[in-house]
Write a protein that binds this ligand. Structure first.
Ligand SMILES: [Zn+2]
Length: 279
């Protein structure tokens, strides 16, 4: 039998359908390697974990994956002599909850992948949604990372990811229970290396002072303020000409705020008045 006799998928299908096809693999599937690696596997990487693999002499490769619910080793238990506060809380997952397996064969000369049920592997003993309780799929992690890089706050990242996953990827159920805590952790992993130099860094104070003297040199009036109860601080700057305008036309003042104006996540509030030139 040639490995690519049937089942090459030509019609576009949704991400959700792809996940289902790679969950309980009822019929062998054949895909292009590139397509499989980029568009299919990231959707199910939370379901499967590597079990065994074999390289053939001709460079072809096959790998067996087992459901993540099947754990080879029982979780380690606590060592007696470690003081309590140093112990991490480990969730002990019962082993052998599910024994579903798939076999993924790569044929390099054809640039194709064949995915099939491994030998007489059973179906999963649980619904597909349970797999995400163990681990998020790469595609969801990828989405969170994409948003986290922009340095939004975790609640905003959660809603952005939910929106994209639901509306454009048809993966709503994969993100239904995405929590702020999980996003915060991912964000820390992504942003941590970028932000650590800011934490407690005296350079921030230096930056503020430099900005203030820059403005003062250009004739601006600058005042620093701090409201410790609200952990709010910043500085106000205004040119004397603007101040005159405000005094004369301030009967209608508008205020607007812009965020992400610098790496410290300061907001810039701007006051507007309407004078003879307009706004
Ligand atoms: Zn399973």
């Amino acid at each position: 039998m040639t490995p690519f006799a049937s089942n090459i998928i030509n019609t576009p299908i949704s991400e959700k359908q792809k996940r289902i096809l790679l969950f309980n693999v009822n019929q062998p599937l054949e895909l292009l390697i590139e397509e499989f690696d980029k568009e299919w596997w990231p959707l199910v990487s939370n379901i499967w974990t590597s079990f065994s693999c074999k390289n053939n002499v001709n460079g072809d490769l096959w790998k067996v994956f087992v459901c993540r619910f099947k754990k080879h080793n029982k979780s380690s238990t606590r060592k007696e002599d470690i003081p309590n506060e140093k112990c991490h809380i480990t969730k002990i997952r019962p082993a052998d909850l599910c024994s579903a397996k798939i076999k993924v064969q790569r044929y390099f000369s054809e640039q194709k992948v064949r995915i099939e049920r491994f030998k007489d592997s059973p179906d999963h003993s649980h619904p597909i949604e349970d797999s995400k309780k163990l681990k998020r799929s790469e595609v969801v992690r990828e989405l969170v990372m994409q948003e986290a890089v922009k340095n939004y706050r975790p609640p905003e990242i959660v809603s952005a990811v939910k929106e994209i996953a639901t509306e454009t990827l048809d993966l709503g159920e994969c993100v239904k229970e995405l929590r702020r805590k999980e996003v915060t952790n991912i964000k820390y992993k992504v942003r941590g290396p970028l932000d650590t130099h800011l934490v407690g860094d005296p350079k921030r104070e230096l930056d503020i002072r430099k900005a203030i003297s820059f403005l003062k040199n250009r004739g601006y009036l600058v005042e620093r303020y701090e409201i410790p109860d609200l952990s709010t601080y910043g500085f106000v700057f205004m040119h004397p000409n603007h101040l005159k305008n405000l005094e004369q036309h301030g009967w209608l003042s508008l205020i607007d705020s812009t965020h992400k104006t610098n790496r410290y996540d300061y907001r810039l509030f701007t006051l507007y008045i309407r004078n003879s030139y307009g706004c």
